[in-house]
Design a binder for this molecule. Structure first.
Ligand code: FES
Ligand code: FES
Length: 174
């Protein structure tokens, strides 16, 4: 039995330690945010935050994730609420600014890649509150491999990151 900390909750999982975290999240814990794209760390569709760092859950083992804080797309709102110290009632009706920006910009086309895009955007904005376009492009194309979108939503993603950054800055002033 392995204990995981997923989206602020302890979850017990019965699976071999070398099981890909993606399989555990989707099949055992029924979290359908992370997607199976390539299964080889080449697309970013499966990304989650592990101790605040974006990782590809398709090549991250269950054993290596034990004892670390895992945040999936489903946990972004609660992550933001905790960071801002929102009460339980406010937290329940709050989206992470990244999620809100994605909706406002109508970023997704087919949507398959967008889990990883929002996870990457969250990681970026937690470390750089006001990234330039060049820094946004770097974030999405550096690392283990670029985040890929077969529908070509890259321009909308850049605009969405900028919108989320502006929204987060406004809320920090409030
Ligand atoms: S499914 Fe993990 S990077 Fe493509
Ligand atoms: S929106 Fe379709 S793959 Fe990115």
């Amino acid at each position: 039995m392995t204990t995981l900390a997923v989206n602020g909750m302890k979850r017990e999982v019965q699976a071999p330690a070398d099981t890909p975290l993606l399989y555990v999240l989707r099949n055992d814990l029924e979290l359908s945010g992370p997607q199976f794209g390539c299964g080889m760390a080449q697309c970013g569709a499966c990304s989650v935050l592990l101790n605040g760092k974006e990782v590809r859950s398709c090549i991250t083992t269950l054993g290596s994730a034990a004892g670390k804080e895992i945040t999936t797309l489903e946990g972004l709102s609660a992550r933001w609420a905790q960071q801002k110290g929102l009460s339980g009632a406010d937290a329940a009706k709050t989206l992470h600014p990244v999620q809100a920006a994605w909706i406002e910009e109508q970023t997704p086309l087919c949507g398959f890649c967008q889990n990883g895009m929002m996870i990457k955007a969250t990681e970026l904005l937690e470390h750089n509150a006001s990234p330039t376009v060049s820094e946004i492009k770097d974030a999405f194309t550096s690392g283990i491999s670029p985040h890929l979108c077969r529908c070509g939503s890259y321009t909308a993603i850049i605009q969405s990151v900028q919108r989320a950054a502006a929204s987060m800055a406004k809320r920090s002033e409030a």
